[in-house]
Design a protein around this ligand. Structure first.
Ligand SMILES: [Zn+2]
Length: 342
């Protein structure tokens, strides 16, 4: 596949910057007095994008990222791009797909899957409930696949959610990111509580739920023979992660999940991140260490009685930001995410 690396880097950076703007000051807004938020929103009602527009804008930004195909093993391929990574086990028993990109990327995902061969998609496995991982469940189900996920993915997708990520437009107007319940055809048909195993195409897929981490619905998928682990958003490679305080996310859970995967991985294990490039044990170790440092520093400030905004003012991540703060989440947001999910 022809691929312009520089062009991709530029596009990805632009996309990430766009997402940062979208999520930007969101967490600040979370701490503002409600009346002030309401007044500000009401005063700018005309310019304020609707929640549906915000979500469409986020989908469009994710969809603007080019797609890169990487072969991880003889029968395991990952597509990296429009809303994270999709990993596929392919063979005569059918295709087994992990995650599904954002909705507007469906034509590209379908083409990429078709290019792998004519076997039907048997299963789509959701790593968690977020839209950039589950958006094409219904398309894949209509094509004959069963959707398999942790039981909390089905539960969270069945409910409305207002993520505590608010959008501040250039005029200062504030709005929330709202999710309606997903339609029935997008919900998982099969769920499990703790762990689940699938055997196909000479491979064993071990699916494992972890304690609340990025959300309360996360699983990782271990392709045992291929030595590949797909972590979903339990791993953002090379950037601060998002942790969802609205559906049970906990930074201690993110650290425990990283420790668990590190205990399974060897130096040859390919670790597929929910966002960011394909990783390995060394990359995940660095991310885990950054999470521990972040937790300890914010915990200290919180224990001293500082509010989230006072913690931001202390600039506790000044040394980490140049390395980790250039992705979806910037340093100021990260302090508040950690504060909210301690
Ligand atoms: Zn997510």
């Amino acid at each position: 596949m022809k691929f312009n690396f520089l062009q991709k880097q530029t596009s990805r950076r632009e996309m990430l910057r766009g997402s940062a703007t979208l999520a930007g000051s969101a967490f600040l807004a979370h701490f503002l007095p409600t009346t002030r938020v309401r007044a500000s929103a009401a005063g700018n009602a005309q310019q304020r994008p609707s929640p549906a527009d915000l979500l469409a804008s986020m989908r469009a930004k994710f969809n603007a990222v080019p797609m890169e195909t990487q072969e991880l093993a003889d029968n395991v391929t990952t597509f990296d791009g429009p809303g994270g990574a999709v990993t596929v086990l392919n063979g005569p028993d059918g295709k087994f797909t992990v995650d599904s990109f954002v909705a507007p990327a469906w034509p590209r995902l379908k083409e990429a899957l078709d290019d792998l061969g004519s076997a039907p998609v048997k299963y789509v496995i959701d790593t968690h409930w977020h839209f950039d991982h589950t958006d094409n469940n219904a398309h894949l189900h209509a094509a004959g696949a069963a959707v398999l996920a942790h039981e909390n993915t089905k539960k969270r997708m069945s409910e409305p959610h207002d993520l505590p990520v608010l959008y501040r437009g250039p005029d200062g107007a504030l709005a929330g990111l709202h999710f309606d319940p997903s339609p029935a055809e997008a919900l998982p048909q099969q769920t499990f509580t703790d762990s689940y195993k699938l055997q196909a195409n000479g491979e064993t897929l071990a699916l494992q739920h972890v304690a609340p981490a990025h959300t309360d619905s996360d699983i990782y998928i271990h392709f045992q023979k291929a030595n590949v682990i797909s972590m979903g958003d339990l791993f953002f490679n090379g950037m601060y992660p998002y942790i969802d305080p609205g559906t049970g996310g906990k930074i201690t859970g993110m650290i425990s999940a990283a420790d668990k995967i590190l205990s399974l991985a060897d130096n040859d294990t390919k670790i597929v991140a929910g966002h960011g490039p394909l990783g390995n044990k060394a990359d995940l170790t660095k991310a885990r260490d950054m999470l521990i440092t972040s937790r300890d520093r914010v915990q200290k400030l919180k224990s001293e009685g500082k509010s989230a905004l006072e913690a931001v003012a202390e600039k506790p991540f000044a040394d980490l930001d140049p390395v980790w703060g250039n992705g979806i989440i910037n340093g100021d947001q990260w302090i508040q995410i950690v504060y909210l999910t301690l």
